[in-house]
Ligand binder design. Structure first.
Ligand SMILES: Nc1ncnc2c1ncn2[C@@H]1O[C@H](COP(=O)(O)OP(=O)(O)OP(=O)(O)O)[C@@H](O)[C@H]1O
Ligand SMILES: [Mg+2]
Length: 358
């Protein structure tokens, strides 16, 4: 089972130094507004995925006036992961003392899902967030996906450079279109297969949370069905040249979420959106566990926000059933007391002005 045994945090936001011995099950983090609860979850996310879920600017996480931050974690399987970043400098990531070029291996050791008060952006924002969500699953269950996706991105960058250069070198275009089509077909196939497994699981979970409903999700691959990408690319070269970038391809993929015939975002209330996003994230944990035979770690930041007690309890119950490691933050212990008492090995942390007491 993937979980963090220990976590050390150095100079992350208002946390100057903290050392946490974690429960493999439930970790409850409580404290007043601004005490540093979310910063603990951000540290876990940063270690596991190389970025916070709150900001894309890692520099802003470094404690003011400190030269840099460092986070260290040890997993249940005794993997030692260390991340450090000095202000405005390149980070360093180590797995068992070996320097890592990217997060591939670390992310496989620490699969993390977040549900927080920004989760509705998965529905409301542009396709990038939904693509990232989908690719989290594809990355974990399809071993070749990362390299196919990287080749695709390289082809797109080269093709875009050619478009912007303005010349019409047909041979060069043809060469990139062929290479891009080949890697894109693989990316699309991996995504489509994953989505085929994911969709029924999501439907089940969402129905058990929200009852009978007209919500449907579908995968859009980024260019029209039934048309080979190569032909689409060659037919749209003039248009692409006008935009200065490739308009069709797997970098335009999306998950469409509909309520009947309308986009779900136009219909659902904020609370309903949060339930829907929670169902998406829980479904991903279930598919992960079925295919990998392991559990991912859930970070629930401020779960009660926008949710009534019934929905909150149902969502927590579903996540507990996954038997994963769980971090829950809240202002006080009242909202979490009942289920915390029913879970053995729960650890509780009180946060006050960046100081954490177990
Ligand atoms: N770079 C930084 N350096 C120092 N302090 C920071 C930095 N960035 C944020 N802070 C402070 O650190 C604290 C971080 O709070 P955090 O968001 O973790 O609080 P929280 O306990 O989750 O609060 P809430 O209940 O409001 O969600 C805040 O008091 C914030 O003002
Ligand atoms: Mg917070």
């Amino acid at each position: 089972m993937s979980f963090l045994k220990t976590l050390k945090i150095n100079s992350v936001r208002n946390i100057e130094y903290a050392e946490l011995e974690l429960s493999p099950k439930l970790n409850l983090i409580y404290g007043n507004n601004g005490s540093g609860k979310t910063s603990i979850l951000e540290s876990v996310h940063l270690l596991a995925m190389g970025r916070s879920f709150r900001t894309s600017k890692t520099n802003s996480l470094i404690t003011e006036y400190d030269p840099g931050l460092a986070i260290y974690g040890e997993t249940g399987a005794n993997c030692k992961i260390g991340f450090s970043k000095a202000n405005r400098q390149k980070h360093q990531l180590k797995l068992d003392s070996t320097l890592q070029k990217n997060w591939d291996s670390v992310a496989r050791n620490l699969p993390v899902q977040v549900i927080d008060s920004n989760s509705f952006l998965l529905l409301e924002g542009g396709p990038k967030a939904r693509r990232r969500f989908l690719d989290w699953g594809v990355f974990h269950v399809k071993q070749h996906f990362v390299s196919d996706w990287r080749s695709t991105r390289k082809c797109i960058a080269n093709r875009n450079a050619l478009l912007r250069a303005g010349g019409l070198d047909n041979d060069q275009f043809r060469a990139w279109d062929i290479e891009l089509s080949q890697s894109s077909e693989k990316v699309d196939l991996a995504r489509a297969e994953y989505f085929g497994l994911f969709e029924p699981v999501f439907k089940d979970i969402y129905k058990s949370l929200a009852g009978e409903n007209p919500i449907s999700i579908s995968y859009w691959r980024g260019w029209p069905d039934g048309e080979p990408l190569r032909e689409v690319l060659s037919a749209s070269r003039d248009r692409d040249q006008k935009y200065g970038s490739t308009q069709s391809g797997p970098h335009r993929a999306d998950i469409h979420v509909r309520y009947g015939s309308q986009p779900a975002i136009e219909v659902l209330s904020r609370g309903q959106q949060k339930v829907l996003v929670s169902a998406l994230k829980i479904a991903q944990g279930i598919v992960y566990s079925r295919l990998i035979g392991d559990e991912c770690i859930y970070l629930l930041d401020d779960l009660p926000a926008e949710l009534d007690n019934e929905n909150r309890d149902k969502i927590i119950a579903k996540i507990f059933k996954l038997e994963c490691q769980l971090f829950i933050t809240s202002i006080d212990l009242d909202s979490t007391k009942d289920f915390a008492e029913s879970i053995p090995k729960t650890r509780t942390f009180h946060v006050e002005h960046g100081k954490i007491k177990a």
